[in-house]
Ligand binder design. Structure first.
Ligand SMILES: Cc1ncc(COP(=O)(O)O)c(C=O)c1O
Length: 330
């Protein structure tokens, strides 16, 4: 079975397991796990942020990032199919008392004209106040689309002028970096607070980080513990993240090439595939998923007429070619 449902399905390589087994550890709730501290420092530096905080999931990293910028009763605005709006099960409302309004773009892009219309400054006790704008790069449900750095800079300018903050869900920012060559620090510069994941294309079994100023991260540390995310000798997991950064970053380009191959086989224009995710419109989506599985390829349905294929570390060139042949026959 070739599994293209998600890039979260990767299993740690033998070398990663060895790095995990060798990791120096301490109690991270006491701030004493040297491997976690090394990972946090490295990732913060990569993005040019003051500090970073390691945590179990991208969802938690987003919840702590957004709540650092938006008070209960205020709003964050984001694209309609953003992970924070669609796939975090209402966490931002349930835990942080935050409301959301959304704009729609088929490729998950920034829409400055729409944002200018939507952005609500503090109008006193009449309207919900916009405290932050959130962007997702790459955009998962928009097919791994990259948000061009020029658009993100324009967004930064708009937000600053409007007195709002910027959150970036950078679960797959690594893919955007490899696809475009844009330095990670340039992405980091447009966001006040961001979340990044090691457990997607980079292939770590667990692990995400929230990044921001030293003050934001000190407060996020309190909230992480409050939410039950204070882990102890978790350097074992941080070691997997460090190993992934050393060995699995540049190879994301292979995943992108495999995704374009699969797109072509499914009749999707490969030019529209920026990274490792292919969205295939199928009126028979549910049936297609079943027939693909019968042909040895697991894919997922992300909407009634939408199938998604995701390439990753555990999909070799040979797998991609086999899957392309099986899917093209369907
Ligand atoms: C864009 C994006 N953000 C956040 C997450 C959340 O990550 P996690 O599954 O670790 O909570 C995901 C998960 O797939 C994602 O695709």
């Amino acid at each position: 079975m070739i599994d293209l449902r998600s890039d979260t399905l990767t299993r740690p390589t033998e070398a990663m397991r060895q790095a995990m087994a060798r990791a120096e550890v301490g109690d991270d709730v006491y701030g004493e796990d040297p491997t976690v501290l090394a990972l946090e420092e490295r990732v913060a530096q990569l993005f040019g942020h003051e500090a970073a905080l390691f945590m179990p999931t991208g969802s938690m990293a987003n919840v702590l990032a957004v709540r650092a910028l938006v008070q209960p009763g205020q709003e964050v605005i984001c694209e309609a199919s953003a992970h924070i709006a669609r796939a975090e099960l209402g966490a931002h409302a349930a835990y942080s008392g935050i409301t959301m309004r959304t704009w729609f773009h088929p490729r998950g892009q920034v829409d400055l004209a729409m944002l200018r219309q939507m952005h609500a400054p503090d109008l006193g006790p009449f309207f919900v106040r916009t405290a932050a704008i959130s962007v997702e790069c790459t955009h998962n449900f928009a097919g791994g689309a990259v948000l061009p750095i020029e658009d993100l800079r324009d967004l930064r300018e708009l937000a600053t002028a409007a007195g709002s903050s910027v959150h970036m869900d950078g679960a797959r920012i690594w893919n955007a970096h490899v696809a475009t060559g844009t330095p990670l620090a340039e992405y980091g510069a447009v966001a006040d607070v961001m979340a990044v994941c090691l457990s997607k294309g980079l292939g770590a079994p667990v692990g995400s980080l929230t990044l921001g100023s030293a003050d934001v991260i000190a407060e996020a540390r309190v909230w992480r513990k409050r939410m039950g995310g204070g882990m102890r000798q978790v350097g074992i997991l941080a070691a997997a993240g460090l190993h992934a950064l050393d060995h699995h970053l540049e190879r994301l380009a292979d995943d992108h090439a495999h995704a374009r191959l699969l797109a072509e086989a499914c009749g999707v224009d490969p030019e529209g595939v920026d990274t490792n995710i292919v969205v295939v419109p199928r009126t028979d989506a549910a049936d297609f998923v079943v027939r693909a599985a019968e042909a040895g390829v697991r894919v997922s349905m992300v909407g009634p007429t939408t199938v998604r294929l995701v390439t990753h570390l555990d999909v070799t060139r040979e797998d991609a070619e086999k899957a392309a042949a099986a899917l093209s026959a369907l």
